[in-house]
Design a protein around this ligand. Structure first.
Ligand code: GDG
Length: 461
């Protein structure tokens, strides 16, 4: 088995993966099993010429800081003020500046130079997400001929939107330097396929395979999953403070709705709060018998669009509490601090509705975590946006249009009053999918596809 080399914007702390999400754990396990390298930014800002190298058994962790300039132009700039909004269909929020694109190229070129020194000829290289699209191209320029796969965690937009970026042709040319491009959904695969067919000389040779010059490139769907077993177990061990809260709610006969998202404009938070407010207005009988817990830890606070969304949410939550609340009832609790993962799992289990309504999302792992955390005998109900990648599979959820506040309000109410039999039926189907398509299955499918490509001749014409 060849070694595995992972490159991601942030390199995981391989000495302490239990605290991080299931994805980092699954990737860390894979790289430990095969031996290899994990390469990326260490999350620090500073000037260092050489990366920090840490050998942990058979895995080399290679991490380096970003300069102030690179942090501004590559990370906050091109990655998060151009690609993130563009790939989430938000042309209105793009802040395009030539210096951002220059920074993006510069950092990827610099990453390639450092990473190349750690590669062996038959390594299998797996590059993650929108920050590092050009990495394979720059590695190829340095003469690296290894198999390279790329996985995009966020959506891939339709051509009409992608073309709004002055750099769309370069972005797609860079994607064509990979042997395998993995995307989350059928919609994403369709969008990239149409772009390749309409705007590039790549020739389709069979479904999902394109001939580009001397090389072939595969485009496939690999819907990402969660570490189902660990999350399910975690949900069953409620910490004392959550257990007390559950008891208090039981005594009061109160149901809880939960939302958990990084504070981001793609997550549809204002629309979600409005839908909750509308439901309270339309159902006065719910007074004091329901509450909404929204956990939204701050990320990328340095980008203007994130500061704006925070202010909007605070105003909305304040107005809902002001209009409906009472001295002994706070209709909405809204938390910006991150919550430990174990607590999150038990809060999901203690909540009657999981309210997951992004305007656009690559997959959305929270939807899967909510399902995994439920008690199968008396499960809560998931209300899920049709624009989350997860909705392609999780059709037994109450699927909503996140732009339609009235529909969300109706579905939220339906979820709160849904009879137990129907909840159990829907949950059983959802649970089976979340369990089967877990993080391990995603990872194995991707690596098998990348491995298989090595055995096939490049020219399929
Ligand atoms: C990108 C794509 C795709 C959230 N708050 C806390 C916390 N979280 C955890 C959740 C979940 C993760 O963060 C968020 O994952 P999502 O999938 O929902 O969203 P993104 O962060 O935007 O991830 C997305 C994903 O990549 C994987 O490919 O699904 O579409 O946008 O695990 O539980 N965890 C803790 N405290 C919090 O306060 N511990």
């Amino acid at each position: 088995m060849s070694r595995l080399v992972i490159a991601s914007n942030r390199v995981a702390d391989l000495r302490q993966t239990t605290q991080t999400g299931g994805l980092a754990v699954a990737l860390a396990d894979a790289v430990r099993e095969r031996g290899g390298v994990w390469f990326g930014w260490d999350g620090e800002i500073g000037e260092v010429d050489e990366p920090e190298v840490d050998q942990i058994d058979n895995v080399t962790r290679v991490a380096l800081p970003l300069s102030e300039d690179d942090y501004t132009n590559y990370y906050l700039g091109y990655a998060n003020s151009v690609l993130w909004p563009l790939f989430h269909y938000r042309l209105d929020l793009i802040d395009y500046r030539p210096a951002f694109f220059e920074g993006y190229r510069r950092v990827n070129r610099m990453f390639a130079r450092h990473l190349a020194q750690f590669l062996k000829p038959d390594d299998c290289i797996w590059i993650h997400d929108y920050h590092l699209i050009p990495l394979a191209g720059y590695l190829r320029e340095l003469g690296c001929r290894q198999r390279m796969g790329f996985f995009l965690h966020i959506p891939f937009p339709p051509s009409d939107l992608l073309e709004a970026s002055p750099n769309h042709a370069e972005l797609v040319d860079w994607l064509l330097q990979y042997d395998l491009v993995g995307l989350q959904t059928h919609t994403d695969v369709g969008n990239l396929t149409r772009y390749l067919e309409d705007h590039t000389p790549a020739v389709p040779v069979r479904e999902g395979r394109f001939l580009f010059g001397e090389r072939t490139v595969s485009v496939e769907r690999f819907p990402i999953g969660i570490d189902f077993e660990i999350f399910e177990q975690m949900a069953q061990r409620a910490p004392d403070d959550v257990a007390v809260d559950v008891l208090r709610r039981k005594v009061l006969g109160q149901k809880q709705i939960i939302g958990v998202d990084r504070l981001d404009y793609s997550k549809g938070l204002p629309e979600r709060l409005r839908a909750y407010g509308r439901m309270l207005a339309q159902h006065p009988e719910l007074e004091k018998s329901v509450s909404f817990l929204q956990i939204a830890p701050l990320t990328r606070g340095d980008v203007d669009a994130y500061a704006n969304i925070r202010l909007e949410l605070e105003a909305l939550a304040g107005s809902i509490n002001g209009q409906f609340g009472d001295f002994n009832w706070t209709p909405i609790r809204h938390i910006h601090r991150p919550v430990p993962r174990e607590k999150l799992a038990s809060l999901f289990r203690a909540s009657h509705v999981g309210f997951v309504t992004p305007l656009r999302d690559g997959m959305n792992l929270v939807a899967k975590e909510y399902v995994a955390a439920q008690d199968p005998a008396d499960p809560g109900m998931l209300v899920l946006s049709q624009f989350a990648g997860a909705a392609e599979e999780m059709v037994e959820a109450l699927v909503v249009n996140p732009y339609d506040v009235d529909e969300m309000s109706r579905r939220l109410h339906q979820a709160l009053v849904m009879p137990r039999d129907e909840r159990r039926r829907r949950h059983e189907a959802l649970m089976e999918k979340v369990m089967r398509h877990d993080a391990k299955a995603w990872l194995t499918a991707f690596l098998e596809a990348l491995g298989d490509l090595a055995d096939k001749p490049a020219d399929l014409s």
